[in-house]
Structure formats: structure tokens, C-alpha cells
Design a protein around this ligand. Structure first.
Ligand SMILES: Nc1ccn([C@@H]2O[C@H](COP(=O)(O)O)[C@@H](O)[C@H]2O)c(=O)n1
Ligand SMILES: C[C@@]1(CO)OP(=O)(O)OP(=O)(O)OC[C@H]1O
Length: 180
């Protein structure tokens, strides 16, 4: 039995658009979207990057966004999504995993994403050190994304354990019992 089977993870993040009396720049998928209404959050509100980071943590089984970058940590106030994804990838690698890929889709009317897909994927791929693909869809006018109140981002990630933990190495256990 292989001890190196890939592990999948899931991450979902939802952010509301900032209210009119507290406007913010829009940071999404690692890019600044000039002229677009920003998202609210303790950090820069980049739901695409956050979902990607959460999917990595989920795949590695090392907690979630709140575990590592909780809102009780003042150093992450205003932090960029690219920084959080970069740190998440480092944490997951330090825990003994290689990252296969991350796929993210966001649901929202704005921003119109496809013209900047390649740019966003390049920024997030560099941050994660592994391929990140991003897609977008509307909700056909339904629900809070349809009312332009906020967006949802959903991500999956695939990781593979780099090394077997010493204590569960099957060969070392077998050698003790089978050798003459
Ligand atoms: N914010 C968005 C949403 C969608 N797209 C692109 O439009 C295509 C059609 O979306 P529907 O929700 O009408 O199916 C979608 O596949 C995306 O390519 C986008 O660029 N930005
Ligand atoms: C990223 C963090 C921390 O700054 O804050 P937010 O920008 O509010 O983002 P969210 O995805 O709601 O929660 C995770 C938080 O840990």
C-alpha cells in the first residue's frame, strides 16, 4: 500500500463588497482592479487567494485560514492575498507536502474576469509555487452575488506527502519482524 497517495483539499471564502461610506480598492486573485468596488475584510479581502490558501491547508490537514492568519493577529490586518497564499504554501511545504495544483472558481458579476485570467494565474502561481488556475461564473442574477452584495470563491488543491513519518514507516517495522 502506497503511503504517498495524493490528498485533496477544499476552501471556500465569501466577502461582502465594502459599503459606500467606507470604499476600498478591489484586490482579487492577486490583482488590483481599478475602478471596481472593493471587498471588505480584515485583510485585503482577496477571496480568491483566501480560498486557494484554505484549500492548501485542508489538503495538508493543517487547519484553516483562521488557524494561521486569524483576525486576532494584527500583523495580518490589511495583508495581501498574495502574501497569505505565499505563507500558506510555505506552511504546507514545511509540514512535508509538495503542492500539485490549485483550482479556484469565483462566483460574482464583477469584476469581469476573463480578460485578466492569464495575469491573475501568473501572480497566484508564483505565490503558491505551483500551478493555480482561476475561473469565474455569475450566479445568473440569483442570491447575494447576483445582487452585487459580495462574492464567493471556491477552491480545490492537491498535495502529496514528501516523506513518510519515521514512526509509521512500514519497511522498518517489517524488517524487525521478518529478518532472521
Ligand atoms: N465575473 C465573471 C463572471 C463570468 N465570467 C465569464 O463569463 C462566462 C459566462 O458566465 P455565466 O455565469 O453567464 O455562465 C464564464 O464562463 C466566464 O468565462 C467572467 O469573466 N467574469
Ligand atoms: C484573512 C483574515 C485575516 O486577516 O481576514 P479577512 O480578510 O477578514 O478574511 P477571511 O477570509 O474572512 O478570514 C480569514 C482571516 O484570517
Amino acid at each position: 500500500m502506497s503511503m504517498f497517495l495524493p490528498r485533496t483539499g477544499i476552501g471556500i471564502d465569501i466577502h461582502a463588497f465594502a459599503p459606500d461610506d467606507a470604499p476600498a480598492p478591489l484586490w482579487l486573485a492577486g490583482l488590483l482592479w481599478e475602478g471596481e468596488r472593493g471587498l471588505s475584510g480584515h485583510s485585503d479581502g482577496d477571496a480568491v487567494a483566501h480560498a486557494a490558501a484554505d484549500a492548501l491547508f485542508s489538503a495538508a490537514g493543517v487547519g484553516d485560514l483562521g488557524t494561521h492568519f486569524g483576525t486576532d493577529r494584527p500583523e495580518y490586518a490589511g495583508a495581501s492575498g498574495v502574501r497569505l497564499l505565499t505563507e500558506a504554501a510555505r506552511i504546507v511545504r514545511d509540514a512535508g507536502f509538495e503542492i500539485g495544483n490549485i483550482a479556484v472558481q469565483f462566483i460574482g458579476n464583477r469584476p469581469k474576469f476573463s480578460p485578466r485570467r492569464a495575469e491573475a494565474e501568473a501572480v497566484l502561481t508564483e505565490a503558491a509555487g505551483a500551478p493555480v488556475s482561476v475561473s469565474a461564473t455569475t450566479s445568473d442574477g440569483l442570491g447575494f452575488p447576483g445582487r452585487n452584495e459580495g462574492i464567493t470563491a471556491m477552491a480545490t488543491a492537491l498535495v502529496v506527502q514528501r516523506t513518510q513519518p519515521e514512526s509509521t514507516h512500514p519497511e522498518s517495522t517489517r524488517r524487525d519482524t521478518l529478518e532472521p
